[in-house]
Design a protein around this ligand. Structure first.
Ligand SMILES: C[S@@+](CC[C@H](N)C(=O)[O-])C[C@H]1O[C@@H](n2cnc3c(N)ncnc32)[C@H](O)[C@@H]1O
Length: 276
């Protein structure tokens, strides 16, 4: 049996190339999770909102549209190239009330009690000191205002991501378990809610959004995620090995095919807290 090599660990700067290619040009085309974040954070037109780990602009662009020209959004991320894609989206939408700042969420360059809401989507699981990040989020919130952090729901409720990250490492003979563990950190259990309490948040809440996404059978819809996460390794495979991988993928998704479409589960979890 061949030993599995650890999957190459890409930096966020390197990942930003693939993320730029898969980012929406302007508005989000899958906005339900962003709207739930906006609602749970209690964001209203005219608010000043801080978004952490904005990446290519999710949910910062949706928040900017929601708060309108009377409000403002500060979109932050530690990776300049990620924020550059977000900036281009904002420019195409003519959103003048969103600004961008390169910073780490564990050390925010903002005054105490500045914002009406703090949001973060799929960022907190990547931070080595999440308590420091949450303590900073609470510090910059005005008293009585909310933070809402979105993380992934459990693996069995996220079919596309889970299958791609099961099949590809197996065929590529790599061990990508660290990425899987990090991706689903906080998807179950009380750890993140406890960290909110430890950071000084009050009235900590825990909500979920679970959906079935119906994808018409129009070809290998999993290729975008597959090439984003494993493209370089796949390019190095022989043609035969690439065909084997394609066949394994198709076979793994077959059981989700109902009629002329695939029905896949997707789930996000939202932990919220109020600053005191
Ligand atoms: C999975 S992406 C999520 C981006 C975006 N929020 C979304 O939902 O598409 C994670 C982002 O977290 C950023 N990031 C990782 N660690 C960070 C930290 N300590 N402080 C700020 N940003 C961080 C990365 O640069 C990356 O853009």
């Amino acid at each position: 049996m061949q030993d599995k090599k650890p999957a190459p660990d890409q930096t966020w700067e390197e990942k930003s190339v693939g993320r730029r290619k898969t980012a929406y040009e302007t508005v989000s085309k899958d906005d339900a999770p962003n709207q739930m974040l906006i609602s749970l954070a209690g964001i209203r037109p005219g608010d000043a909102v801080l978004d952490l780990a904005s990446g290519t602009g999710e949910p910062a662009i949706s928040i900017a549209l929601h708060v309108g020209g009377e409000g403002r959004v500060m979109a932050t991320d530690m990776t300049p190239a990620m924020l550059e894609t977000a900036r281009q989206r904002a420019r195409r939408l003519d959103l003048g009330h969103i600004t961008f700042d390169v910073c780490r969420m564990e050390a925010l360059p903002f005054e105490d009690r500045t914002f009406d809401a703090v949001t973060c989507r799929f960022g907190i699981m990547h931070v080595s000191d999440p308590l420091a990040a949450l303590t900073e989020a609470r510090r910059v919130l005005k008293p009585g205002k909310k933070a809402a952090f979105m993380v992934h729901g459990p693996p069995q409720s996220n079919t596309l991501w889970t299958i791609v990250h099961e099949v590809a490492p197996r065929v590529l003979h790599i061990d990508d378990s660290k990425k899987v563990e990090r991706h689903f950190k906080f998807s179950e259990g009380d750890e993140l809610a406890e960290l909110f309490r430890a950071a000084g948040f009050d009235t900590v809440g825990d909500e979920s959004l679970r959906r079935t996404v119906v994808t018409p059978d129009g070809g290998p819809f999993w290729n975008e995620l597959l090439t984003r996460d494993y493209g370089k390794l796949i390019d190095a495979l022989s043609e035969t090995a690439q065909s084997d991988l394609a066949a394994e993928m198709a076979s793994a998704f077959r059981e989700y095919r109902k009629g002329g479409a695939y029905e896949l589960l997707t789930a996000q979890r939202f932990i919220t807290g109020t600053a005191v």
